[in-house]
Design a protein around this ligand. Structure first.
Ligand SMILES: *Cc1c(COP(=O)(O)O)cnc(C)c1O
Length: 428
């Protein structure tokens, strides 16, 4: 593309970036060279536009995965194309040896649109949570004089795949064979006030020990389980009484996913620290650690990331933020979420012997299969794929619906029809 095209209207930029035809895909070289860390579905995606993706054979799918709750504006959105093009032609990386104007502008936007006062940028959700863990430990050591701090997290949580974040993740399957894990983590059941109070009373019998409580406002990977409002309000009180930091992992539910900009807005509380990633860059890798002024304990040299806060990721993320912050955008997310849940509840009524419930907020929703039936989430996801709809499991019995936030009413209807078709087949 020529530099002059930057001045052209947005619609004129996009078509040049869409390859004209799909090319057939040979799995052989892929399977021989790529590490076997993922169980992949037998599908190779070639291109996307809005909420539709095309495989390498040219077949189209309605994308209710969005790169796992990440492609906020869908695929090839003119705002993304324009921001990526502008930023790569201007400046993409220089390091934090220097001031980066785009980083400052994105931080200022996030501070203006959240309870946080300060932001640190990195590249992923796990990296943001690592930063939060380090911040909480430093706060415990230097502000509260705790020599041996503990961070409490929840069963069925998910916080990432680094050593500290698999330790924080309260699911043994992610920790198996990776010991020794990182010390200083304890686990409590999610949404259980009595269990939390008992755990803290035991840990702090001889004085302050708990640096932080780290929770998701809604557990995403762990089964699309919304946080309970009364529970989170009690967590906030306990943290205030004892000086414990409340850290919320907003990696999956932040950036408008739940119909509010941040997941915590659904709970009527504010965290001291929170993390963002997935939706923040609309699919461009970026993560953020955000905190209130009172726990802004990092000093120069304490924490760093070579790519963190680079002009490219920040310039694109700022464009995504401004799109999500535009008047009416989050109203649409809430309306589409209501439409999707209503449709899924009708489906659940039809297949009452198979489906336990429908739950979620905004555009993160789970269709929960009954424990007693043989059908698994992976099998249903495969059947939906056959019906032209991409979905993602959230554990063995929950199928997750996380479309781009720009999904249209007609696309929601088509997704409901496709899941109905898939269930028809699976239960026949
Ligand atoms: C996806 C996710 C992470 C990990 O993010 P990565 O970018 O894969 O490191 C952490 N926490 C939550 C809640 C997530 O959904």
């Amino acid at each position: 593309m020529s530099p002059q095209a930057l001045d052209a209207p947005q619609a004129a930029i996009a078509p040049e970036f869409i390859p004209p035809t799909a090319s057939p895909f040979d799995r052989g070289p892929f399977d021989e060279a790529v590490m076997t860390t993922y169980g992949r579905f037998p599908l190779a995606i070639d291109r996307g536009e809005g909420c539709t993706v095309w495989d390498t054979d040219g077949r189209d799918y309605l994308d209710f995965v969005a790169g796992i709750a990440t492609c906020t504006l869908g695929h090839a959105h003119p705002t993304m194309v324009e921001a990526v093009t502008r930023q790569i032609q201007k400046l993409h990386h220089v390091s934090n040896l220097y001031y980066i104007p785009e980083q400052g502008a994105l931080a200022a936007w996030l501070v203006a649109h959240s309870c946080a006062d300060r932001v640190f940028f990195c590249n992923s959700g796990a990296e943001a949570n690592e930063g939060a863990i380090k911040l909480a430990r430093k706060h415990a050591h230097t502000v509260r004089g705790i020599a041996d701090p503990v961070i409490l997290t929840a069963h069925a949580s998910f916080h990432g795949r680094t050593l500290a974040t698999i330790t924080a993740t309260g699911q043994p399957k992610y920790q198996k064979n990776f010991s020794p894990l990182v010390p200083g983590f304890e686990y409590v059941p999610y949404n259980d006030t009595a269990a939390l109070e008992a755990a803290i009373a035991a840990l702090e019998a001889d004085g302050p020990r708990v640096a932080a409580i780290l929770l998701e406002a809604l557990q995403g990977e762990g089964g699309v389980r919304p946080g309970d409002r009364a529970y989170f309000q009690r967590v906030r009180e306990i943290c205030d009484e004892r000086g414990i930091l409340l850290i919320l992992d907003e990696v999956q539910v932040g950036m408008g996913r739940t119909g509010t900009l941040w997941g915590y807005e659904n709970l009527g509380i504010e965290p001291d620290v929170f993390t963002s990633a997935k939706g923040l860059g609309g699919g461009i890798p970026i993560g953020a650690l955000l905190c209130k002024a009172h726990c802004n304990v990092f000093e120069p040299g304490d924490h760093a990331s070579t790519y963190g806060g680079n002009p490219f990721a920040c310039g694109v993320a700022l464009a995504v933020c401004e799109a999500v912050g535009a008047p009416g955008f989050l109203d649409q997310v809430r309306d589409r979420g209501d439409q999707l849940r209503a449709g899924l509840r009708e489906v659940a009524n039809t297949y009452g012997d198979w489906i336990e419930e429908v739950r979620g907020w905004g555009l993160i929703n789970g269709l929960v299969l009954k424990e007693s039936v043989a059908l698994t989430s992976v099998e249903l996801v495969k059947a939906a794929m056959g019906a032209g709809l991409l979905l993602v499991p959230a554990g063995p019995k929950v199928v997750r619906f996380v479309p781009p936030l720009i999904v249209t009413p007609e696309e929601v209807d088509r997704a409901i029809a496709a899941i109905r078709h898939a269930l028809d087949q699976m239960t026949a």
